[in-house]
Design a protein around this ligand. Structure first.
Ligand SMILES: Cc1ncc(COP(=O)(O)O)c(C=O)c1O
Length: 412
């Protein structure tokens, strides 16, 4: 990695595969289907690797859905597609789409691409009914598909059960939330054609909050579920993302038991759509120290990367990214403030200490930088975007994307 031009995002393929193996094991032992939430990680050069392990993708709208449709295949599936050799027995990765509102001009194309479509309100479901009902007829159901994996429509519900204290902006159950239909806004029966329920309420959480949320969901929405309701047409439930399944301390056995309980009690196919868990700790930002400025506090390292431009969640969430060989301020001999060359005074990544004095030209490595980084970066101040490289399993590195002036200009 020492030869890569900085700043650069480096995706660690080995770690990505380790995460995917854990998720595949959960899939196989629970019979859940696990989807990559592309909003967290869409570096599609790695999709053929991820597609070997997961059941498909979920998308936040048309563009992510198109990306999945073009890129999320194993090498084998790609061969079949290129040879137009898709038969009903060729299983392709599933494409799910949820967005709070879909434009009229997008709906037909989304229905063509998607296997599952989730609406955020009854207004939206009814507004687009003619288009999605046509797709159901043409593409067939998930059980008896005529095109790809067939087509199924669901709605997102709000279990009104908050489990997060720290990050209200990431809490879809916070008071006044626009995300998901509350039970009081649903009638006695689900609208015709709805085959699935979706909720997403967690953020970087363990199993216990999911269990509690499911219990709250079951209490509020149980009347719509098969088993308790013989008229129910529900076929699936999607438990959203925010599950830190690949963290060593995650209670995966608990999750497997919950999925089995849902399937055994209600006969529903369970979906999980984590983003973070898939590429957790599977990427770095490598940066070079461009200058060192003395202040009345710690000396400030001016880096060629930026929190505001290249890792916006550091400021938005906020959080302190792990830095290789870096300690808490004061823990090691030399402490510095790590900052950027943008004009934003608050563009500070954090204060870190080192065993050795840092010099201009040194390279530093921020860790856990694959998720919500590349998908959220920007060119504020005309900052160059970091290239994207992959550190392959055999330790070779490959630069898969280079960015320059045109990428700044073409957006303006
Ligand atoms: C509907 C939905 N699904 C899945 C995810 C992925 O969540 P995470 O990356 O935290 O696992 C999100 C994140 O915001 C989401 O809004």
């Amino acid at each position: 990695m020492n030869n890569l031009k900085t700043p650069v995002y480096v995706i660690d393929e080995k770690k990505l595969i380790e995460n995917c193996r854990i998720l595949k094991d959960v899939q196989e032992r629970s019979d859940a289907k696990i989807l990559l939430a592309q909003k967290a990680f869409s570096a599609y050069s790695t999709y053929p690797v991820i597609a070997e392990y997961l059941a498909g993708t979920t998308s936040s709208g048309l563009f992510e859905a198109k990306l999945a449709c073009e890129e999320f295949y194993t090498k084998e599936q790609r061969k079949h597609l290129e040879a137009s050799n898709i038969t009903s027995s060729t299983k392709l990765p599933e494409i799910h789409v949820f967005e709070p509102a879909f434009g009229d001009e997008e709906m037909k194309e989304i229905c063509d691409i998607a296997d599952h479509l989730v609406f955020n309100s009854i207004n939206q479901l009814e507004h687009h009914r003619a288009v999605w009902e046509k797709a159901v007829n043409e593409k067939g159901s998930n059980d008896e598909p005529k095109v790809r994996n067939g087509f199924s429509v669901g709605i997102r519900v709000n279990p009104e059960f908050s489990t997060q204290d720290d990050h209200e902006i990431y809490d879809p159950c916070a008071p006044g939330s626009r995300l998901g239909i509350r039970v009081c806004d649903l009638g006695d029966k689900l609208p015709d054609g709805v085959e699935g329920l979706h909720f997403h309420t967690l953020c970087e959480q363990g199993f216990e909050p999911l269990k509690e949320t499911f219990e709250a969901f079951e209490k509020a929405f149980g009347k719509y579920l098969p088993g308790k309701n013989n008229d129910s047409h529900l076929k699936w439930i999607n438990l959203g993302g925010g599950h830190h399944i690949t963290k060593p301390d995650y209670d995966r056995e608990g999750l497997i038991e919950l999925v089995k309980y849902i399937r055994n009690t209600y006969g529903l196919q369970v979906y999980l759509e984590p983003g973070e868990a898939i590429a957790l700790d599977a990427g770095y930002v490598i940066t070079t120290v461009m200058d060192i400025v003395t202040t009345e506090k710690y000396p400030v390292l001016i880096l060629d990367t930026s929190a505001a431009c290249h890792m916006p969640d550091v400021l938005e969430m906020p959080y302190r990214p792990p830095l290789r060989d870096g300690g808490e301020p004061g823990a090691k001999k030399y402490t510095y403030r790590l900052s950027s060359r943008t004009c934003l005074a608050g563009d500070v990544i954090g204060d870190y200490s080192f065993d050795n004095e840092i010099k201009i030209g040194d390279r530093l490595c921020f860790e856990d930088m694959a998720i919500y980084s590349m998908v959220k970066n920007n060119t504020f101040n005309g900052m160059p975007l970091p290239d994207i490289a992959v550190l392959h399993e055999d330790s070779s590195t490959e630069v898969v994307k280079k960015f320059g002036y045109d990428d700044f200009k073409c957006r303006l």
